[in-house]
Design a protein around this ligand. Structure first.
Ligand SMILES: *Cc1c(COP(=O)(O)O)cnc(C)c1O
Length: 230
């Protein structure tokens, strides 16, 4: 097996252990392989080892990779910031966007999603760590934004959940806090009648904490593909 294939198995084993420790089913968390800065060959290796869902941060880089890998049945998730001048190509090429943080972006994606494709799956990126990150909607603004995005045409976009990139922390106990905050936001939405099925949280260094707090999709780059070049 390739080194990427071996690391992929290691991450899956970590994920399974985390699910067991959390008292959850081992299939309750989807693994998104974050392939930003990796070339098409690395993605091909991961795909050969059974990986289907890939996360990308940079739109043009992702489009180039999709073109090079058109022969493979892959699912593409945009997890990086999205500017409004890029929404059309994103609506045409991606399956998911995790980084919606304002209504205008979601409206443009809904307007521009081609009718022959399934609805684009959306998550709202929430700034759960305050000053650490400038991207993401403030927690207090999530209920209004979620209601507005959920009201967009269902044939074009489908609001699936919430996403966060918490500040790094050294212990699982501290790592759990922002993940818990994201889960509690989703619980509050459910109490208002908006039921979302996705919590996109957990990366190479904190996936165990995220799974303990209810993550349904972890986004893992370094632990699968190795350190990225600066
Ligand atoms: C890069 C990135 C990841 C993966 O981070 P690793 O620490 O390499 O696992 C996950 N989510 C987002 C939004 C990222 O930008």
């Amino acid at each position: 097996m390739s080194s990427i294939g071996i690391r992929l198995q290691e991450v899956k084993a970590r994920l399974a252990s985390a699910c067991i420790a959390a008292g959850r089913g081992v299939d309750s968390v989807t693994l998104l392989a974050v392939s930003k800065t990796q070339g098409p060959d690395a993605v091909r290796e991961a795909a050969a080892a059974g990986q289907r869902a890939f996360g990308e941060n940079y739109v043009q880089e992702a489009l180039d990779k999709m073109a090079a890998l058109r022969d493979l049945p892959l699912q593409w998730h945009l997890i990086g910031p999205l500017q409004s001048n890029k929404t059309r190509v994103v609506a045409e090429a991606f399956d998911w966007v995790h980084s919606v943080d304002r209504l205008k972006i979601a409206q443009r994606l809904a307007d521009q999603r081609p009718a022959h494709l399934p609805p684009l799956q959306l998550c709202l990126q929430v700034n759960v760590s305050g000053e650490h990150s400038k991207s993401g909607v403030a927690p207090a603004e999530v209920p209004a934004l979620a209601a507005a995005v959920a009201a967009l045409p269902a044939s074009r976009v489908h609001l699936r959940g919430l996403m966060a990139i918490p500040a790094p922390a050294d212990t699982v106990a501290v790592q759990r806090l922002p993940h818990r905050a994201l889960r509690e936001l989703a619980t509050a939405l459910a109490e208002q009648g908006l039921h979302l099925d996705t919590l996109s949280m957990g990366m190479s260094d904190d996936l165990e904490a995220a799974v303990l707090e209810g993550s349904t999709m972890v986004r893992v780059g370094t632990a699968i593909f190795g350190r990225r070049e600066a």
